[in-house]
Ligand binder design. Structure first.
Ligand SMILES: CC(C)(COP(=O)(O)OP(=O)(O)OC[C@H]1O[C@@H](n2cnc3c(N)ncnc32)[C@H](O)[C@@H]1OP(=O)(O)O)[C@@H](O)C(=O)NCCC(=O)NCCS
Length: 393
């Protein structure tokens, strides 16, 4: 085969030569290698750094998973203790007072995702390591972001309800401390454990839209805060992290488990897109869904309201039977959070509080072996338009 230099081609030929990879939504396009996360879409398995997420959900903690994602291996006891201590210290978790003042200045109707996006971006101005992109500095920044994002989310919840933010409690792990800062009450063991497992399950997911956004930003050699801010913007959309909120809106619309079957059959007949179902990579049920279904059911039982999970189970059964489209991570997470008394519009910020672990791991990996991410478009517009002066149009 004759090797052609792409500069010998006409612009049209060059694009045609590339367009074999032109797939809408970059479906099935491999854009880079990565050691962080593997999704087996046919078997329904999710692996972080070699470890099955089922095992991590059963045996690990969110803090340990964060370490695993950033350092590539499970910590020894000594490494874990030092990492945990820094991550949970009040100095790492607390917000600069000027940032809290900034939050107080926002209109109360600002959505929690808008607040998170704004707050994370603003935090860079207070970080002593910004704009140092060395690995050591980036890990310190990732540590602060992971520790401060729960404080930020909880502070906004308090401020918009006209209450004072609650200071972090260094005796509680990240999951329990977040629930405490939201309500002022220490969570039950079941709630804290469930929340910790939910954080583990959302911590990374290969080149999903928000992670890719983070990597694209990082690949320009921009900084950790800019990359995470980009990722938060991408996560906000209803086709990505915003789906968990939409699921709960659907559940609230259905209200009564006895009405769920008729509701979903009509929605299918109307060709509606049902949030919490389907996935670009999984061909079977998302492996995270089973854990969240079980935990949401347990929490619902404890709270004396099993109706949400019953509604979701019926919707899932009919979607599976009729459309062969399976639950994803977003179907059951909201029902668990709702049972903990968390408002619906906080579900996506909670997703971000966990996914920041993965985003940061991907920024570290990108900066460890960087090349600018700059794809091409297959141009389908006009090429020989004649400019007509505005006075003659
Ligand atoms: C996740 C998602 C965006 C993946 O999208 P995608 O890979 O681009 O797949 P498509 O949107 O092209 O869907 C492929 C087919 O499945 C159908 N489909 C996919 N997800 C569906 C859903 N949730 N409800 C109804 N139909 C769905 C589409 O209508 C399409 O059918 P068609 O070929 O007859 O038109 C999509 O499944 C979706 O919108 N899900 C709901 C949002 C959600 O839960 N997001 C969280 C993801 S973790």
């Amino acid at each position: 085969m004759i090797q052609t230099n792409r500069f010998d081609l006409t612009p049209r030929e060059e694009i045609d030569a590339m367009s074999t990879v032109n797939k809408a939504g970059l479906e099935d396009v491999v854009v880079s290698t990565s050691d962080i996360c593997f999704i087996d879409g046919r078997e329904g398995r999710l692996i972080y750094r070699g470890y099955d997420v089922d095992d991590l959900a059963a045996q690990s903690t969110f803090e340990e998973v964060v370490y695993l994602l950033w350092y590539g291996a499970l910590p020894t006891k000594k490494e874990y203790d030092a990492f945990y201590k820094t991550l949970s210290a009040t100095a790492t978790r607390k917000l600069p007072p000027k940032l809290v003042a900034l939050l107080r200045g926002l209109p109360k109707k600002t959505t929690p995702m808008e607040v998170l996006r704004t707050g994370v971006s603003a935090l860079s101005a207070f970080d002593p390591d910004d704009p140092d992109n060395s690995r050591e500095a980036e890990i310190r920044k990732a540590m602060r972001l992971t520790a401060q994002m729960p404080t930020l989310v909880a502070a906004w919840e308090r401020i918009r309800r006209g209450k004072a933010p609650i200071a972090p409690n260094p005796k509680l792990n990240l999951a329990a401390n977040f629930l405490y800062m939201m309500s002022g009450k220490k969570p039950t063991e079941l709630a804290a454990k469930t929340f910790d497992v939910a954080l583990i399950l959302h911590a990374d997911h290969e080149f999903n839209a928000s992670t890719f956004a983070a990597r694209v930003t990082a690949a320009t050699l921009s900084d950790m805060y800019s990359a995470i801010t980009s990722a938060i913007g991408a996560l906000k959309g209803p086709l990505h992290g915003g789906a968990n909120e939409q699921v709960m809106i659907m559940v609230d619309k259905i209200k009564d488990p006895a009405k769920a079957e008729a509701w979903i059959r009509k929605a299918i007949a109307d060709k509606a897109r049902i949030m919490g179902f389907g996935h670009r990579v999984y061909r079977v049920e998302d492996p995270r869904a089973k854990h969240l279904r079980r935990l949401a059911a347990e929490l619902g039982r404890q709270a004396g309201d099993e109706s949400k999970v019953k509604i979701l189970n019926t919707v899932a059964r009919v979607m599976t039977e009729e459309k062969h489209i399976y639950p994803n991570v977003d179907l059951y997470s909201g029902a668990g959070y709702a049972a903990m008394g968390i408002p619906t519009d906080q579900f996506t910020p909670i997703f971000a509080m966990s996914r920041v672990a993965g985003w940061a791991a991907h920024v570290l990996e990108q900066h460890g072996n960087n090349r600018l991410i700059r794809p091409r478009a297959e141009y389908t517009g006009a090429t020989r338009a004649t400019y007509v002066p505005i006075s003659q149009r």
